[in-house]
Design a protein around this ligand. Sequence first.
Ligand SMILES: [Zn+2]
Length: 166
Amino acid sequence: MTRSQVRGDAAARGSAVRAAVTACRLLWASPCSALGAVLGCAVIAAGGSARRVGRTVEIARYHGAAPPGSRLARAPFTAITFGHVILGASHAELARLRPHEQVHVRQYERLGPLFLVAYPCSSLLALLRGECPYRANRFERQAFRETDAGEARQTIAAGGHVAMRK
Ligand SMILES: [Zn+2]
């Protein structure tokens, strides 16, 4: 066996391991994805559409912004993630919020169905501490932290200036 054959075998094994890990993540989050798919079907039945983005499916009622005065325009959130299914008022909003929602996708991949219990528990604990149940939720904090870090890296890469926040 030559050195390049050994390297080729190792690369094939690495690829197989990555595929197995991805399959496990999809499977572990699948009960949550199934819930998102059911809700997404209702959005599609109401005139929405779905797009596949990487390992996720984004489902939205509108392509552009939700019409002012519509129920979705008044909704308290513009996107919500269930496993590998992300629901939103519009595809434009989903594209804007994609980095944030992708953090939640990774959280579902780690916690699976436990996320559906852990997330509200974190909000409840924040509420009991007298903090905002959304902003102080540990999963939201992680999503905002990682999204902010990603935006800062892009700004620096583009030659921009990043103001430091407290
Ligand atoms: Zn979030």
